[in-house]
Write a protein of this length. Structure first.
Length: 155
């Protein structure tokens, strides 16, 4: 079963792991990814003061549910948590949390990699980077993100 949240509030990684594993003794491995806001952008001349993430309510949660359903289909997961923040965020703040639980570590680790790669490329979020100069720019899709996601495509 997947637990999905899109929220403005920060999350507590330890509390989310505890919720995922509460009362479970069949879990042998937990995969975890936490994404945070950087204070710099590759190739940018100026420093990042913050990031604003927007989404389309309802559409975003359905897209994430499809992605988590695919992960649950591909790997023998016993649980999955995806939390993605929206709104104004500052460098060092959490953006996204992906947790997976399985009887064995490799399934949990592979599913975590799949989820973050597909969230990055298939979930409808719009990101604007705001620079310390006062300028800002919407973030375009990146080829390296598409390449990472493509490794999970099945034939």
């Amino acid at each position: 079963m997947a637990h999905i949240k899109v929220q403005t509030e920060d999350f507590d990684v330890g509390a989310e792991i505890a919720a995922l594993t509460a009362g479970r003794t069949d879990i042998g491995g937990i995969g975890c990814f936490v994404g945070t806001v950087r204070d710099n952008v590759k190739g940018a001349a100026q420093a990042v003061a913050g990031m604003t993430l927007e989404h389309y309510p309802g559409m975003t949660e359905r897209a994430i549910a499809r992605i988590t359903d695919e992960a649950m289909h591909r790997w023998p997961l016993l649980g999955c948590t995806v939390i993605h923040r929206i709104g104004a965020l500052r460098p060092g703040e959490n953006i996204v949390l992906v947790l997976t639980a399985s009887a064995h570590r490799q399934a949990a680790l592979d599913a975590t990699g799949f989820l973050i790669d597909w969230l990055k490329t298939k979930a409808p979020f719009w990101k604007r980077e705001d620079f310390t100069t006062g300028d800002g720019a919407w973030v375009d899709a990146r080829e390296e993100d598409d390449a990472a996601a493509s490794r999970w495509m099945t034939t």
